[in-house]
Design a protein around this ligand. Structure first.
Ligand code: GDP
Length: 326
C-alpha cells in the first residue's frame, strides 16, 4: 500500500466524506487495475467494520421509500446518529433513472452533514451491483456511520440480494387491500423482519385493515427466528408519524438477535454466501474466457436452443473442452 492509499484509509476512518466518496468510487470501478488498490483499502479498514445497524428497505415504486428514508434519516440524525444511505438498482445507468440518482429525492436529508447518500452503482449484473454495494457498506462502517440503510427498487431479485447483506429487512407496503397478497405471492414477505404500512394518513381504515391482514398472513409463515415475530406497524412518512416506533422495532430486533447470537450467525452466513457467489462468478468468468470453450460456446448453445442436444450433454461437452483430462 502506497502512502497515498494509507492517507485515504486514514481520512476515511476519520469520517471525511470526500475520502469515503473516493473509496466507494474505487470499489465500484470496473477497471481491473483498480481492484488490487480497492482490495488493499478494504483489508486495511476491515478491523473498523461491522459496527453499524444494517437496515434494508424495500417496497414497490411509489410506496414512499425515499420519503420514508428521509423521515427516518432526519429522526436518527436528530438523535445523534450518523446515517449512510446506499442502494441496489441493477437497472440504473449513469445517465439517469436510478433510485437515489435523482437530486430532488431526500432533499433535506442530503443537506445534513451527518448523512451520506450514494446512488446505486450502475450497470452490470445484479451480482456485481450487490457485491459493490456490500463493499461500500463496509466502507461506510469504517467511516463511522452507525446506521447504514440499503434501499432496493422493490422488483425482481434485488430484494433477495439486499436481504442477504443487511441485519434487518424492512418492507414498506401500501394500505391497499390486495397488495399484501401480491407481496405474499412474490415471497418478499418471507424476507421481511419488519413490515410498515406507509401512507396511513391517506386512509387510516385501510391501513388498519392491511395491518391485521398481514398479521394473519404472517402466522402462516415459518418464522426466520424463534425469538422474533415480525411486527406490522403503520406510519406516515410524509407526516413523519410512526417513525419513532419503526426505529424502536429495529432496535428491538437488533438487540434480540445480538443477545441470542443469531446476528453473528446471520452475518457469518451472509459472508460465506457472498464468498460462494464470488467463487461462482470467478469460475464462470474463467470458463467463458477459456479459448476452447469460447470457440465452441455459440455452437453448443445453438444446438441446445434447437433441441439437438440436452443441456446436460452440452454441459458435459463444454466441460470436456475446459478440462480435457476428465
Ligand atoms: P418511492 O418510489 O418508493 O421512493 O416513493 P416516494 O418516496 O417517491 O413517494 C411517492 C409518492 O408518495 C410521493 O408523492 C410522496 O409524497 C408520497 N408519499 C410518500 N409517503 C407518504 C405518506 O406517508 N403519506 C402520503 N399521503 N403520501 C406519501
Amino acid at each position: 500500500m502506497t502512502a497515498a492509499d494509507a492517507a485515504l484509509a486514514t481520512a476515511l476512518h476519520a469520517g471525511e466524506r470526500r475520502a469515503l466518496a473516493k473509496a466507494i468510487t474505487l470499489v465500484e470501478s470496473t477497471r481491473p487495475q483498480d481492484r488490487p488498490w480497492a482490495d488493499a483499502l478494504l483489508a486495511t479498514l476491515a478491523p473498523h467494520t461491522g459496527g453499524a445497524v444494517r437496515l434494508g428497505i424495500s417496497g414497490v415504486p411509489g410506496v414512499g421509500k425515499s420519503t420514508f428514508i428521509e423521515a427516518l434519516g432526519l429522526y436518527l440524525i436528530a438523535r445523534g446518529h450518523r446515517l449512510a444511505v446506499l442502494a441496489v438498482d441493477p437497472s440504473s445507468q449513469r445517465t439517469g433513472g436510478s433510485i437515489l440518482g435523482d437530486k430532488t429525492r431526500m432533499e433535506l436529508l442530503s443537506r445534513e452533514p451527518a448523512a451520506f447518500i450514494r446512488p446505486s452503482p450502475s450497470g452490470g449484473s445484479l451480482g456485481g451491483v450487490a457485491s459493490r454495494t456490500r463493499e461500500s457498506l463496509l466502507l461506510c462502517e469504517a467511516a463511522g456511520y452507525d446506521v447504514v440503510l440499503v434501499e432496493t427498487v422493490g422488483v425482481g431479485q434485488s430484494e433477495t440480494a439486499v436481504a442477504g447483506m443487511v441485519d434487518c429487512f424492512l418492507l414498506l407496503q401500501l394500505p391497499n387491500a390486495g397488495d399484501e397478497l401480491q407481496a405474499l405471492k412474490k415471497g418478499v414477505v418471507e424476507l421481511a423482519d419488519l413490515i410498515v404500512i406507509n401512507k396511513a394518513d391517506s386512509n387510516p381504515q385501510a391501513a388498519a385493515l392491511a395491518k391485521s391482514q398481514f398479521e394473519v398472513a404472517l402466522h402462516l409463515l415459518h418464522p426466520a427466528s424463534p425469538n422474533w415475530s415480525v411486527p406490522v406497524l403503520t406510519a406516515s412518512a410524509l407526516q413523519h408519524q410512526g417513525i419513532g416506533d419503526v426505529w424502536d422495532a429495529v432496535r428491538r430486533f437488533h438487540a434480540t438477535l445480538t443477545g441470542s447470537g443469531e446476528l453473528a450467525t446471520k452475518r457469518a452466513h451472509q459472508s460465506v454466501s457472498w464468498l460462494w457467489t464470488l467463487i461462482g462468478e470467478a469460475l464462470q468468468g474463467g470458463f467463458r474466457g477459456h479459448p476452447a470453450v469460447a470457440a465452441a460456446l455459440d455452437g453448443v448453445t445453438a444446438a441446445v436452443v434447437a433441441g439437438e442436444i440436452t443441456p446436460t450433454a452440452a454441459c458435459q461437452r463444454l466441460m470436456t473442452l475446459y478440462r480435457p483430462g476428465r
